[in-house]
Ligand binder design. Structure first.
Ligand code: SF4
Length: 314
């Protein structure tokens, strides 16, 4: 008798983590959503909303809020949390600044957020493209406030930051992403203190520019480590802190260690406010650019109130 045919086990399916109810969002759709998508396609613009698989895309695009991702859709880094493709990027698109400005005008944006992939292959890390985008926006929609969310410009940060600060965005955002202990696994190509120094440099070069930074929670960080990051940001005079739940984009990415409850996000927000941030956004679905326009208006009002209180005290 022949041996029975060996049983070949089906390859184990990567385990999908079940999300708690507070993470669930509506499926994207509707007229506003379709119009936003068409405009981005027509202008050949990438968005972090799509590339990072942002859970808020249904809500934001329906309201015609999109975050443009410049310098292509291929990143030179491979962070364990990020869904953007890694590889050798293509040449920089010379039409991108004008197309971004056209998108801002057509979407009627009062506030726009511009981010990019990491471009370690470019001599200036892509800083000059940020400058061109800011200049194009100022020409075409001068009333639109501009928030930029940049990479760390590894090994060329001083020149890059000086050039961008001179173009005077309203908000300069650079995310610390996680606590320093987790950098080697989550953000291996970056250095925590270099990112902190970048934020400090922006403020030193132009204290009128608002600075903003964010971290993801649920990657295994401890509460006191989060408090330490807040203190570090305040030492760098960061104005605005964002905190949101990390979600695993694909089974290849870093696992979610825990789903932080909305109550815990509120508790972190309270502590952050007590530490002196002008503005804090902290909830499971908070992302750097989520409700960025409304938050910018509140931050501006908070600064004015603080300055008025200081001058009243003499
Ligand atoms: S939160 Fe930001 S990245 Fe996400 S969909 Fe909204 S604008 Fe895009």
């Amino acid at each position: 008798m022949n041996d029975p045919a060996p049983v070949i086990a089906a390859p184990a399916r990567p385990e999908r983590q079940r999300k708690p109810d507070w993470i669930r969002v509506k499926a994207p759709g509707g007229t506003g959503f379709a119009e936003t998508r068409k405009l981005m396609r027509d202008l050949s613009l990438n968005t972090v909303c799509e590339e990072a698989a942002c859970p808020n895309i249904g809500e934001c695009w329906t309201k015609k809020h999109a975050t443009v991702m410049i310098l292509g859709d291929v990143c030179t880094r491979a962070c364990a949390f990020c869904n953007v493709k890694t590889g050798m990027p293509r040449a920089v698109d010379p039409f991108e600044p004008e197309h971004t400005a056209e998108a801002a005008a057509k979407l009627g944006l009062k506030h726009i957020v511009i981010t990019s992939v990491d471009r370690d292959d470019l001599p200036d890390g892509g800083a000059s493209q940020f400058v061109k985008v800011i200049e194009a926006l100022r020409r075409s929609t001068p009333d639109t406030t501009i928030e930029i969310l940049t990479p760390d410009f590894r090994n060329k940060s001083m020149a890059a930051v000086e050039a961008i600060v001179a173009a005077r965005p309203d908000v300069y955002n650079h995310n610390l992403e996680t606590v320093p202990r987790l950098y080697p696994t989550i953000r291996p190509g970056a250095r925590y203190y270099a990112s902190l120094r970048l934020l400090e440099t922006v403020k030193r070069l132009d204290p009128t520019i608002f600075t903003k930074s964010g971290i993801m929670l649920g990657l295994g960080e401890e509460r006191l480590e989060v408090h330490q990051v807040m203190d570090d940001m305040r030492s760098a005079d960061v104005d605005f802190l964002t905190m949101g739940q990390y979600l695993q984009p694909t089974p290849r990415h870093a696992k979610v260690i825990d789903f932080v409850t909305p109550q815990a996000f509120d508790a972190y927000a309270q502590i952050a406010r007590a530490k002196g941030f002008l503005q804090v956004a902290s909830s499971p679905l908070t992302r750097s650019s989520y409700h960025a326009g409304d938050d910018f208006a509140q931050m501006k009002a908070a600064r004015e109130a603080r300055l008025a209180a200081q001058s009243a005290r003499g």
